[in-house]
Write a protein that binds this ligand. Structure first.
Ligand code: NAD
Length: 588
């Protein structure tokens, strides 16, 4: 049966599960804890191993609802990858509520398909505890014509691990582990295991994962499981119960390590590509892992701030910058984009530089092609590149008019056009346009810039409607920040408060999966946030036929009144209101 592509984005759950300290201890013992780490096994001062989270949501009920909703062929299903983000420590008892959705389906042709689902779990104490991203590898669902998975590289440091932790799962380990919820026959029934191609029942991948979690905590944050922030990995090989393992850990920076779990004798990787982050709680659950973002004009100012923060939160970023002068002149320079890419890479992120000019059709195409060639797709486009050529209207040359429209308006069109097609095909996208208070409200000497900037909101108004069906959200930022563009416009004593980083939070929300809106405009800067909108007053119907100008003038006060003004979502809604005016009792 083919995968149900319509299931992408549909809510799954909520599912709830009550648990007590007995469940916590049972899980801990299932993943090998004992007297050596009694804090996980004794109800007095009990601590919860964070990987308990996935045991708690990986109830059959939950994972099987992904399989049923997506119409995955269960015969070929494997747990491919697992990512966990921890927002708050897991209490030792309570009720967990989990809900989420399928976010991606990738086609690996003959090899199968990847189905990715993301879940959030809340505790009955009101706190959000963790976010889980599960990648299911379905060997039998490939070739459905979907997009390819984004490419990514994982490189372990070329040196001995900083920690090696041995683990000795017993011959009976799966019998204990399965009591935490995963009662799949493959881990208990010898006949079933043989029929599935194995010598005997195999270890649960998540049981080995629990061993690794203990090993990571004892090596990096002994006795402090509440400091685990993130744990991700790929399951690469099955393990039989009773076989010895080693978890190899390389600390790469403060608060971060990479890890893998291997078979101690054969040295084969059982779990690989592991990342482990730890530190004090920060509720950074807006993440961009597996997302590919293109930011234009990202070599400086606002675009640079967006690119750095997106990459820090896991996005693979195409850093575009033409490297021109403030007025768009000059033959271009690679260094602004390259510097940002180097900074991202030095912090362990993924990025690629692109030096194309957004003002040309080919430039726009090449920018998007860079995303495809390097990372395989595009999920987020932030149209940010900009120039200024201010002149009062009477002194405005056609060149200055055209150049500004070319970069801002046509530039956004040139990059959004190829990006939109890819987003439409894959059923996901976030497009950000950058307007300006000059366009929204007017500014002396900026007719070219104001016209281009407000035109972008028109592009958004219609594109949001065309994208809605494909889960493409289109929003607009009107920033206020100290940068090369504003250095002689904004007062210098405000520069500290006007750092571009103050604008990034809203841009990141609008770029994220969590983005709750489409078609909105936000003024953002210096910690102030507000929504700008075109609103329409209730107005009045004048006369019984075609009114004379004098009659309209007499009604000007009422026509101009903004009392009760409201925004419209689209043209048809306005027409609906106009038509409603013709019902006799509404006429004035
Ligand atoms: P900035 O000059 O610091 O950065 C803009 C970047 O865009 C530069 O690095 C430049 O090289 C690049 N660029 C220019 N033309 C390009 C082209 N044709 N192709 C590719 N790259 C190009 O400016 P900023 O203040 O960070 O502005 C970013 C965006 O925000 C612009 O669209 C601007 O109009 C808008 N904006 C800024 C403010 C503000 O207060 N800074 C206010 C309103 C709107």
């Amino acid at each position: 049966m083919a995968l149900n592509l319509e299931s992408i984005g549909k809510k799954i759950g909520p599912y709830t599960r009550e648990y007590t300290w007995n469940d916590v201890v049972l899980y801990a013992m299932g993943v090998g804890a004992g007297f050596s780490d009694l804090e996980y096994c004794y109800e007095k001062d009990l601590k919860v191993i964070p990987s308990f989270s996935i045991a708690s949501i990986a109830d059959f009920e939950f994972l099987s609802s992904i399989a049923v909703t997506a119409r995955i062929n269960l015969a070929g299903v494997l747990h491919g990858e697992q990512e966990l983000y921890f927002h708050n420590p897991i209490p030792k008892e309570g009720t967990l509520t989990t809900e989420g959705k399928i976010t991606h389906m990738y086609d690996k042709g003959d090899k199968g398909a990847l189905i990715i689902a993301k879940f959030h779990t809340f505790h009955s104490n009101g706190q959000k505890l963790y976010t889980s991203i599960v990648t299911i590898f379905s060997r039998l669902n490939g070739g459905f014509g979907g997009p390819e998975a984004p490419k990514s590289k994982f490189i372990f440091p070329d040196r001995e691990p900083d920690f090696i932790v041995e683990g000795h799962p017993s011959e009976n380990q799966p019998l204990l582990y399965r009591l935490s919820g995963d009662v799949f026959q493959l881990h208990v029934d010898p006949d079933f295991a043989k029929a599935s191609g194995f010598e005997k029942p195999i270890m649960h991948g998540l049981c080995t994962h629990g061993y690794a979690c203990r090993a990571l905590i004892s090596s990096l944050i002994p006795g402090a499981p509440e400091k685990v922030r993130r744990m991700t990995c790929r399951f690469s090989k099955t393990l039989y119960p009773g076989e010895p393992i080693e978890t190899l850990i390389w600390k790469t920076e403060e608060g971060k390590a990479v890890w893998k779990t291997i078979h101690r004798e054969t040295r084969e990787e059982i779990i690989t590509n592991g990342v482990f982050e730890y530190g004090d709680p920060a509720s950074e659950y807006i993440r961009f892992d597996n997302r590919v973002a293109v930011v234009t004009g990202a070599g400086a100012g606002l675009g640079r701030a967006y690119a750095l923060e997106l990459a820090r939160r896991g996005a693979k970023v195409v850093v575009n910058d033409y490297g021109c002068k403030r007025d768009g002149t000059g033959s271009g320079s690679n260094s602004p984009a390259e510097d940002v890419v180097n900074k991202i890479k030095a912090a362990g992120g993924e990025a690629v530089a692109n030096f194309d000019n957004v003002a040309t059709t080919e430039g726009g195409q090449r920018i998007v092609q860079t995303a495809l060639d390097t990372f395989g797709t595009i999920d987020i486009l932030i149209n940010n590149a900009g120039i200024l050529r201010d002149k009062s209207f009477s002194k405005m040359s056609t060149d200055n008019w055209q150049a500004v429209l070319d970069v801002h308006l046509n530039g956004a069109y040139n990059v959004s056009k190829p990006a939109f097609q890819i987003m439409k095909d894959k059923g996901y996208g976030r497009i950000i346009l950058t307007t300006s208070a000059a366009g929204l409200y007017g500014n002396f000497g900026q007719t070219n810039y104001s016209a281009a900037k407000l035109a972008l909101t028109g592009l958004m108004n219609s594109l949001k409607l065309e994208g809605a069906k494909y889960n493409i959200k289109v929003n607009t930022i009107a920033p206020l920040a100290a940068s090369r563009l504003t250095k002689d416009i904004l007062p210098e004593d405000l520069f500290e408060k006007l750092q571009p980083e103050f604008v990034s939070p809203m841009t990141l929300i609008l770029s994220s999966e969590e983005c709750p809106v489409t078609g909105n405009i936000y003024n953002v800067g210096a910690g102030c946030f507000n929504r700008a909108a075109v609103v329409t007053g209730p107005g009045a119907v004048i006369g019984n036929g075609i009114p004379a100008p004098e009659e309209v003038l007499a009604g000007m006060e009422k026509i101009s009144s903004m009392e009760g003004a409201k925004p419209y979502d689209q043209l048809n809604d306005l027409i609906g209101d106009v038509m409603a005016q013709f019902t006799p009792d509404k006429k004035s």
